[in-house]
Design a protein around this ligand. Structure first.
Ligand code: NAD
Length: 499
């Protein structure tokens, strides 16, 4: 066993040199070995970091768009060059397989590329002669210090949904990564300094609830971008807004894939397996409920079972298809749903506890699991399990499937599989979910659209990245202007009217 590495905050461009009062262990989920010891920030350290970011912010807000764009392009090049390194850090702490880890960095890179176009994105409107000799124009200005609080399951991509746009808009960022896999965030933050970003504009505080609460209540933090589970998202939204901040808080999910009888069942089976078990089901866009419109369920389940038999679960550095779960506690919690599902009357078709695992250590593995005859009211259906457990719900018609999906309290992602364009169009129009796939199982929007769910999957009204991200990280201002002219004199106490 090697000595765990110290992982700490990144303050004003440098690793923090203080001594932490509290720390937390970081594990390699594929081996069960403790690889890191993470410093946890106290409320007073968060205060120091935010104060320092606030002091650095004004000159960055004044930096020309040309200068900001140079930094963004440089960051984009550095991130692209280092994506394999960052992917390896993710696999070592999260457990997802290397190709998937590099894939998430690439999706984050797309947001950096979008943010490189910030001069265009920040262009306001101009109206000449709105009233006689009066011009009106709109501008968008940065909000100040913005907090980003991210979950364990995308340690690179989720912070990158926000950071490039926030920085491009002229803000200073304080990132609080997940304490389970904090290293990728530190590596990414360090690239900003290398790209030429002034110290203090990209800060990282490591921590838990104490650090989050300090950010949510700090008067110099102007906005909060949160991604995580629904109960914490709701808490962050309520606490942050009560303290006068704008908040976008993305929560948990239960994503349904509706398969109509006319669908290509081989394509649907591939999609269900990929979206159900990729990243061990620890994706907010994972498919966890497969809604089969009869009479196809038996045939579809047969095809899914065949494909599951070919999957290799194991250490993410070994070319396996699926890695471990993130912690031992989470692995045990996910495995407990296999018992509760059976107790509730669901049929356990494939039991992941019996699957082979390619690993040397005591990793947190659970092979892909499949349930049939799942219904609302069973905990395997009602809860976001966040693991490699796919549940088949059989329904008699399209309408019954749609009703099931719309009755679910979550509304992050969904997909329909069909060859009927009319049915697909009806579905995308009537389903109460924020991101919809048509024959696409994980419809994660590209960076120039916005990412976000409905209902309990998002608190606040602004989705991540795309033009909504630019709006979230800026405040709008409208200027009404008239240059002096003798004809404008005279008293008039009436409400301004345009003529
Ligand atoms: P989590 O809610 O446990 O943690 C998220 C963040 O909140 C972490 O930084 C954590 O340190 C902090 N936190 C945890 N408990 C807290 C508390 N009591 N008070 C204040 N802060 C607290 O989520 P997780 O387990 O890291 O991530 C998985 C969850 O995130 C899943 O529910 C998943 O669906 C969701 N998720 C959603 C999206 C989306 O876009 N909607 C994307 C990714 C993940």
């Amino acid at each position: 066993m090697s000595t765990p590495t110290r992982i700490t905050h990144l303050v004003d461009g440098r690793p923090w040199s203080g001594t932490a009062e509290r720390t937390s262990p970081v594990f390699n989920p594929a081996t069960g070995e403790q690889t890191g010891t993470l410093d946890l920030a106290s409320a007073s350290l968060v205060d120091e970091v935010v104060t320092s970011a606030a002091a650095a912010w004004e000159s960055w807000a004044d930096a020309s768009l040309a200068r900001r764009t140079q930094v963004l392009f440089a960051f984009r090049e550095l991130l692209n060059a280092r994506k394999d390194e960052i992917g390896a850090l993710i696999t070592a702490e999260h457990g997802k397989v290397l190709s998937d880890a590099v894939g998430e960095v690439t999706r984050g890179l797309e947001v950096a590329e979008f943010a490189c176009g910030i001069p265009h994105l920040l262009k306001g409107g101009f109206t000449e002669n709105a009233s006689t000799s009066v011009d009106v124009y709109s501008i968008r200005q940065p909000v100040g210090v913005v907090a980003v609080i991210s979950p364990f399951n995308f340690p690179a991509m989720v912070p990158l949904w926000f950071i490039p746009i926030a920085i491009a808009c002229g803000n200073a960022v304080v990132l609080k990564p997940s304490e389970k896999d904090p290293s990728a965030a530190v590596a990414i933050a360090a690239l900003w300094k290398e790209a030429g970003l002034p110290d203090g504009i990209m800060q990282v505080v490591q921590g838990d609830k104490e650090a989050v609460d300090a950010l949510l209540t700090h008067p110099d933090v102007k906005s909060v971008s949160f991604v995580g589970s629904t109960p914490i998202a709701r808490y962050v939204y309520e606490t942050g807004t009560a303290h006068g901040k704008r908040v976008q808080a993305l929560g948990g999910a239960k994503n349904h894939m509706l398969v109509l009888p006319d669908a290509d069942l081989d394509l649907a089976a591939d999609a269900a397996v990929n979206a159900g078990f990729g990243s061990a089901g620890e994706r907010c866009m994972a498919i966890s409920a497969l809604v089969a419109v009869e009479p196809i369920a038996d045939e579809l389940i047969g095809k899914i079972k065949d494909r599951m038999g070919k999957l290799v679960t194991g250490d993410g550095t070994r070319g396996c298809d699926m890695g471990p779960l993130v912690t031992k506690q989470h692995r045990d919690k996910v495995a407990s749903y296999l018992d509760s599902g059976v107790a509730d009357g669901a049929t356990l078709v494939v039991d992941g506890r019996e699957g082979d695992v390619d690993s040397d250590g005591e990793g947190y593995f659970l092979a892909p699991t499949l349930f049939d005859n799942v219904r609302p009211g069973m905990s395997v259906y009602d809860d976001e399990i966040f693991g490699p457990v796919l549940s088949v719900v059989r329904v008699g018609s399209y309408d019954e499937g749609l009703e099931l999906i719309n009755a679910n309290p979550y509304g992050n992602g969904t997909a329909i599989f069909t060859n009927d364009g009319g049915a697909a169009r009806k579905f995308q129009r009537n389903v109460e979910v924020g991101m919809v796939g048509v024959n696409v199982p994980i419809p994660v929007p590209v960076s120039y659209y916005s990412f976000g769910g409905w209902k309990n999957s998002l608190f606040g009204d602004t989705h991540a990245h795309g033009i909504e991200g630019v709006h979230f990280f800026t405040r709008g201002k409208v200027v009404t202007s008239r240059w002096l002219d003798p004809s404008h004199g005279g008293l008039n106490l009436g409400f301004p009217q345009n003529d």
